[in-house]
Each structure stands twice: as structure tokens, then as C-alpha cells.
Design a binder for this molecule. Sequence first.
Ligand code: NAD
Length: 500
Amino acid sequence: MSGKYETRDGRMYIGGEFVEADRGERMESRCPADGELVGSFPKAGAKDVDRAVAAAKAAFETGTWSQNHASQERGEILRRIAQGIRARFDDFARIEALDSGKTITDVNLVDVHWAADCFDYFANLSTQVYGDVLPVPGDVLDVAVREPLGVCGAIVAWNYPIMFAAWKIAPSVATGNAMVFKPASLTSLSALELAKVIHEAGAPPGAVNIVTGPGPTIGKALCEHADVAKISFTGSTEVGKDVMRMSSSTVKKLTLELGGKSPHIFFGDVANFDAAVGSAILGIFFNAGQTCIAGSRVFVHESIYDRFREELLRRIALIPVGHCLDDAARMGSIISEAQMKTVLGYIEKGKTEGARLLCGGKRLTDGDLAKGWFVAPTVFECDHDRYTIVREEIFGPVLCLQRFSDEDEVVARANDTPYGLAGAVWTNDIKRAFRVAKRIKAGQVWINRYLMISNFAPHGGYKQSGFGKDLSRYALDAYTQVKNIYVELCGDDGYISTFE
Ligand code: NAD
């Protein structure tokens, strides 16, 4: 071992085998917190995608994998995957932290844990894929059955790697599809470790395949492949639009989980002021703001605005920013130099356009932080909503603080965005809470809480944040199609003979 870390040099998982890319090329992964080598993975090309899709197609079409619409056997595989993740919990946590720069505390509390729970959740649902008996008049039995789609491709972002693998693979297995999963190139290592767990859990060859490499080549190959029935995409709105275009020639089913610019609204009557301020902080600085549902626009009622701002800034100054393996760190690095430059570019734009910088606003280079891509928790006070930083998704630790006066005004401003992923409202007035929650045009709204993603609840956007749902029973809709089967029970009711 020559570097700082024991490296992981995983192989892809195709047709139940661990393989290199056809051209034998590999890519490196470096820790964004210090630039050290963490591992490497195969750089696949279109030929590898062909191989993975062929393996998935064979798995789907042979045996009983996709024949039983609900299946105890598939549930048991999912449960063994959950157990396999838990058995190697610390290993997964370390790989995920080093590969992504997330703090080990967050990875332990959230990512690995929730990924395992997600496999268990869909294990339970695998026997619950119901159809319907339809009340068609006459001596007839008419049923709607749910069938799997076939080969599903999944392409995901780098911000929650192991969780996204679980979100896509678990419902695909539960419903009897076969999947080709592509992690983000910046964070492919945990998916390749997961492949080993999937293999040990006894998934039939080809039911789950994992290919690694650049999105513009292998993501594109998946989207354009004639044998792929569906793409489940998690990533930026910009690439999501390309995915739609590329998938259109073969009319693929789509789930698109795209970007966001979510409003986090605090009325003057918040019951728990401390929790409210804490939520505003967690909502944007968790995972250094690299969260699709980040509460990047914080609206505070004028009656508590000054006190809220003061407490917010006091507590933000205390956030321990540090290396992903530092137990004391609560905010880690930005994923890459390029993403850090994007975030710093937005910060400069905020300054030059006249938004008032209240804290942060720069790269952190103290001591060892200089080796990584760290940006200080940043707050801009925004006296209007036309600043670029208020309008565009930054995907970094930048909070836009905005004052409001009344309910209609804040609802209009909250909805004045092309995005509609999430939002939250804090108030002690239950009528107002529910009224505002209903008026916010977003797929997920919390009342007196933020960032509450659960395996039990649907996650997915409105407007340009996408469509279709990950997680919960609603994900079963995303991985099945409904067939109507009509059974005539009386022979001829007289209608057929009218043509004679
Ligand atoms: P991205 O769109 O750049 O990449 C996402 C995935 O698409 C990666 O695997 C990438 O390799 C692949 N890709 C890139 N170009 C492609 C192409 N031309 N064809 C096919 N695939 C291609 O996004 P990112 O930078 O990895 O992630 C950040 C974005 O993801 C943010 O906008 C964030 O809001 C969004 N996101 C959304 C959700 C959600 O659930 N709605 C969750 C996480 C992240």
C-alpha cells in the first residue's frame, strides 16, 4: 500500500460475473477532502452496456424471475442484501465517506443505514404487488394485472451513492425487472462493493448489473438502447432533459429525479424557535448543501427576522467543517474541484449583483483543509428574488435569507421557480400550516421539519424537478405496467353474432 488509504479496485458486475471493461480501461477515485487515491473502477463503453443489457434481458426472459408478479423469493434476496450491507456496515461507511467527502458521522447516521433499510422495505413489498378486479358489467371477469417492465436502466448522481443504488435496485428486484445500474463517475466505489453483497445474496445472474464509467458515453448508450424499457434517472435538470430526448426514439418509460431550489418558510409563531433555526441550518448545510432537496431559500417572517438572523449566524459560526474521517466534523468537502469552482462562481455572482454577504463566502484553506475542496458555510441576505443565487440551483453550502410580510406573498415567492422538488413551512397554526403546504407547488412538503426522507414516503418532484416517484409503495408504479385481461364467461352475449 503506497498511498494514505487502502484502495478499492472494484470490477463491474455483469451477468453474475465480476468483469473489467471491454477495452480494459480504468478510472481513479480520489478523496475530495484531501486528494488522496481511494480506489479505481472500470471505464466502460457502449460495448459493455450492450453486454449488461443482454445479460439483463436474458435474466428477465428466462426462469421465473419476472413470471411471478409478487414473489417471496425476490423478497428473500432483498432481505439478504440488507443483511449483507449491515454485516459490512463500517466498511461501507468508510468507502462512502472517502469517495464522496461526506462526514463519517452523516454516513453512519444516514446513508448506509437507510440503504439497508430500503432493501428491507422493498423486501416486504415484493409480495404486495397487487392488481385489481374491475367492475365491468355482464357475465365477465375483467382484471388489471401489474407486470414488470423488462430491462430498467438507472443513472444516478454522486451525492448519495449507496442510497441511490438502494432506491433504484430494491424496487426493480421487488417487481421482477432486471436492472443495469450506473453510478456517478465521481462515486462508483460503494456500488461495486454492493455488487458483491448482491452476488452473495443469491440474485440470479443478470437480474442486477452494475456498469461504471462516464455518463455521456454509457449513460447515453443506456438511454438509446432498444432493449431497455425504462430509465430511472437522478441528476441535474439539464442532463434530465437530454435523457428525455435520448429515450424518446424508443419511447422509454421514465422516472426523472432532478434539481431543486426549495423554500424553507418560517412564520412568526414558530413554536420551537431553536429547532426552527436548527432546521434552517441543517436544511442547507447537511452534506455541504449537495442535496437535491436542500432548503436553499430561507424565508423568515419580518416579526422574527432580526432575532432569527442573529441566532442563525451565531450557530453557523460553530459548524465544525472538516475531513470526512474526522468524527468531530459535521460538514465535509465539496465533491470535486469543478463543483467547488461552480459554487464559488455563484458566490462571486451574489456579491457582484449586490446580495449582502453575512458569513462565509470563500474557500476554506486553513491547515489540512487546503488539500481538499472546502467552502465555508455561506449566508447571503437577499432583499429581492432576482439575484442569480436565489433563482438557480447552486448545489453547495449557500443559504439565501429572505424576509417576508404575509402568507400570500411568501407562497407566491416560494412558487416563483421552475423547480418543485420540496419545501417546508414552520408555524404553530395548524390551519395555516396545512393551507401553505397545499399551496406550495412541490412534490414533498414538511410541516415543522425539514429533510425528512423516508423509505415509506414518496420522493419526487413537480415542474422541472421531474416526475415519477422513488421510494414507498408509489415506486411500484414506476417499475410496473398495468395490463387489462378480459375473460368472457357466457360465450356470446349476442354482440358477436350481430356481424354475421
Ligand atoms: P448530472 O446530471 O451531471 O449527472 C447525473 C448522472 O448522469 C451521472 O451518473 C452522470 O454520469 C450521468 N450523465 C451525465 N451526462 C450524461 C449524459 N449525457 N447522458 C446520460 N447520462 C449522463 O448530475 P450530478 O452533478 O451528478 O448531480 C447533481 C444534480 O443532481 C443536482 O441538480 C441535484 O439537484 C440532482 N439530484 C436530484 C435528486 C432528486 O432526487 N431529485 C437527488 C440527487 C441529486
